[in-house]
Design a protein around this ligand. Structure first.
Ligand code: ADP
Ligand code: ZN
Length: 726
């Protein structure tokens, strides 16, 4: 791209889309396409993939052809482009013949800058569309949701295979493939199947820093949910459940409690689903209670929360579903209620008949999902590491980072629980163990149990307390859960050590909640004005028969309600107001803002358009600032100076396991040599066991190794394996 081209890209960004700055990798993608090169873009949901091809489409002669799998998404994209003053259209099977012909004639006349088509359109090389495409000027091909071409991806669509011949039929026209979900195998597969020619591969950070991750034990979820909904009255969100029936029940329950909610699942009729989706897109219903079937076809940017009432089946699904929150870059919440009872159903789903390998992989992924819920370290770090991306050990925006934990010594209590398990002959689950300890008169406590010395031994503590202790014992590997759904607890070598007093049992419990950073709090806009602007946007959108977010994002409304522009001139400085939007819709919003300010005596604060979308920073720009985990660095320095884990833990007032986590992080990044930490013999054995038994549960690996390798040693080796350093 030459100097003037760059100008052009930036100018287009401002005049059509109303943004001041590119997000990471957008500019690179544009520049490469301009030079005629193929491009592969991997960006998280909401990362801004569309602009990567929409801007080159506007910079060049001819039409850009965008392949997209979902009719609803095509329509929203075209509506949004049209609202911004771009000539765009789509072609799909839902249109009648005259409508299709009209689009074809616009295509022939060369007026379309972008044409969205479904992949199956490429099947018949002699169709009118294909013949037309070969006659006209095509600036580029964009293949959206490109993972659909790969068997390895999670959403293979055979129609996508038709795209393999693009290269052959349109030699010389650059192709850009975009996806939000592709591991290395899928990535290479996409590049091969599309015959991309030495593409520029652009991979953005997958971190969605505006999403706050929270995991809570289930039990009080209805109270906690309604407290959340009350605190955030205007917010829209998606609640995922595991079963169709529970979507209906929960939606009904929420409606009864006074929250607008509708169910959505694959068992509803097509019309009903479309209607529900539409009401949600149009901000007319606030909450959708859905099975995972919901979400693929929407890119509503102002989804403020995603709740999981059940455990997702793997980290990939969890990340994709939570990723539907906060596409507009504003602070959003991802809340998960952990219920171990879900495990049996999920294990059942994960078991694929006659396919042991696949089953093993699915179960491993499920275990990693549980691990994510159980960790006491930064959840974002876990997620990022899962996707192979380094991340500092504290994000300041997940429940773990925002909670101050205090370490409690519960060795005596743990011993009581363990001896209860032993006395119950390792044949009972948490409920009976708790009842026994509390000295309950319940019928579940049989007469012989009342004779046991542990009966009533834990009367001084609550039922919840004992349940938590049992859960923690299992999470830390001191007991083993066996059999679902009515799990019983078994003792192991670790339990013996605790019982003999050779080890201490500690639990981290939350002491207080810290305040999130300013950037992760809601923008402090004038709420009353914001609501009025929302209404104006809704009216405008209804008049045009499009969803409100297509006209302006919530981020733009907040900007309006913070800076109070008084004229069209002022509006140009507001986030998301391109020239066309100022012209077309400016008045509608000014008519709300100007009288409001006059009445309240508010002075405008217009100048200096603030770059929003700042929550999408690239992995590299972060690295440059040298913030690769201040806390980890400190541990690293102390460790290198010869201090032991115990010394460092004491000096820093952190748990030993946290320090070990830091050291594992250093191993992952190559800062520390694995061989300096673990003997060669153990490395070999642990590595073998990790390969053989890749359950993801440290305790199982530890048990299998015969108990002479510490958790720390296993963690170090695991990090080295993960980062391919051993
Ligand atoms: P994706 O397709 O990657 O999920 P989109 O292309 O839909 O993401 O973009 C998500 C949101 O971010 C949209 O509202 C879009 O207008 C906005 N956006 C994209 N690029 C920028 C940018 N450079 N500055 C500000 N907002 C942006
Ligand atoms: Zn965190």
């Amino acid at each position: 791209m030459t100097e003037t081209d760059q100008q052009d890209a930036k100018t287009i960004l401002k005049t059509y889309f109303g943004y001041d700055e590119f997000r990471p990798n957008q500019e690179k993608a544009i520049r490469q396409l301009e030079s005629g090169r193929d491009v592969f873009v991997l960006m998280p949901t909401g990362g801004g993939k569309s602009l990567c091809y929409q801007i080159p489409a506007l910079m060049n002669k001819g039409t850009a052809v965008v392949v997209s799998p979902l009719i609803a998404l095509m329509k929203d994209q075209v509506d949004a482009l049209t609202a911004a003053g771009v000539e765009a259209a789509f072609l799909n099977s839902s249109m009648d013949i005259p409508a299709q012909q009209q689009v074809l004639s616009r295509l022939k006349s060369g007026e379309l800058k972008l044409l969205y088509v479904a992949p199956e359109r490429f099947k018949d090389q002699r169709s009118t569309l294909m013949l037309t495409l070969r006659e006209i000027d095509i600036s580029l091909f964009a293949v959206d949701e490109a993972h659909c071409i790969s068997h390895w991806g999670h959403d293979f669509r055979p129609d996508y295979l038709e795209l393999a011949s693009l290269r052959e039929w349109f030699p010389g026209t650059p192709v850009i493939a975009l996806t939000a979900s592709a591991d290395k195998t899928t990535r290479n597969d996409i590049i091969n199947k599309l015959n991309l020619d030495k593409p520029e591969v652009l991979i953005s950070s997958f971190n969605r820093s505006n999403i706050r991750y929270e995991v809570r034990p289930s039990g009080n979820e209805m109270d906690e949910l309604s407290a959340y909904l009350d605190r955030n009255k205007a917010d829209a969100g998606i609640i995922y459940t595991l079963r169709r029936s529970s979507t209906e029940e929960l939606a009904a329950e929420l409606s009864e409690m006074g929250y607008q909610a509708l169910p959505y699942h694959a068992g509803l009729s097509r019309e009903e689903r479309a209607r529900t989706q539409d009401l949600f897109l149009r901000d007319e219903v606030r909450i959708i209670v859905a099975t995972i079937a919901f979400g693929m076809g929407i890119d509503k940017s102002n989804v403020r929360f995603v709740v999981h009432m059940n455990l997702p089946k793997n980290i990939e699904s969890y990340y994709q579903e939570t990723g539907r929150a906060g596409r507009d870059g504003l602070p959003s919440t991802a809340l998960l209620f952990l219920d171990y009872g879900d495990l049996s159903t999920l294990r059942y789903f994960a078991t694929i008949e006659d396919n042991e390998d696949q089953t093993r992989i699915m179960l491993k992924k499920l275990n990693q999902m549980v691990e994510f819920c159980e960790i006491k370290t930064c959840r974002r770090q876990y997620l990022m590491n899962y996707f192979g991306e380094p991340h500092p050990d504290s994000c300041g925006n997940c429940d773990v980072c925002l909670t101050k934990y205090v370490e409690y010594d519960y060795t005596t209590e743990a011993q009581k629980a363990l001896s209860a398990i032993a006395r119950l002959k390792q044949n009972y689950g948490a409920e009976v163990i708790t009842l026994l300890l509390r000295g309950s008169k319940s019928r579940k406590i049989q007469p012989w149990m009342r004779e046991l010395p542990t009966y009533r031994a834990g009367q001084d503590q609550s039922t919840e307390f004992w349940k938590e202790i049992i859960q923690e014992l299992a999470a830390q590997g001191y007991i083993r859960r066996e059999g679902e759904p009515h799990a019983v607890f078994k003792l192991n070598q670790e339990s013996m050590k605790l019982l003999k007093g050779e080890k201490a049992f500690t639990v981290h419990r939350p002491a207080e909640t810290k305040e999130p950073k300013a950037s992760q709090k809601r923008p402090e806009s004038d709420q009353l004005l914001f609501n009025k602007l929302r209404e104006a946007r809704k009216k405008l959108a209804d008049g045009m028969n499009v969803p409100p977010f297509v006209i302006l994002s919530d981020a733009s409304l907040h900007d309006l309600a913070t800076r109070f522009p008084q004229s069209k001139q002022d509006l140009h400085a507001v986030h998301g107001f391109g020239d066309k939007k100022v012209e077309r819709y400016g008045k509608v919003f000014l008519d709300v803002i100007v009288p409001y300010c006059r009445k309240k005596g508010i002075k405008p604060a217009v100048p200096k358009s603030k770059p929003t979308g700042s929550s999408f920073r690239s992995a590299t720009s972060k690295k440059k600032k040298g913030s690769t985990g201040g806390s980890m660095n400190e541990t690293f320095q102390l460790f290198r100076n010869g201090k032991s884990v115990a010394d460092i833990a004491e000096e820093r007032g952190l748990a030993a396991s946290t320090i070990e986590g830091h050291i594992a992080g250093c191993v992952n990044r190559g800062l520390l040599e694995l061989r300096d930490l673990v003997s060669d013999e153990k490395i070999k054995r642990i590595k073998l066991e990790l390969e053989r038994n890749d359950s993801g549960f440290l305790r199982e690996i530890r048990d299998a190794l015969g108990g002479d390798c510490s958790y720390a040693e296993i963690r170090y080796v695991r990090e080295a394996v993960r980062s391919e350093r051993v």
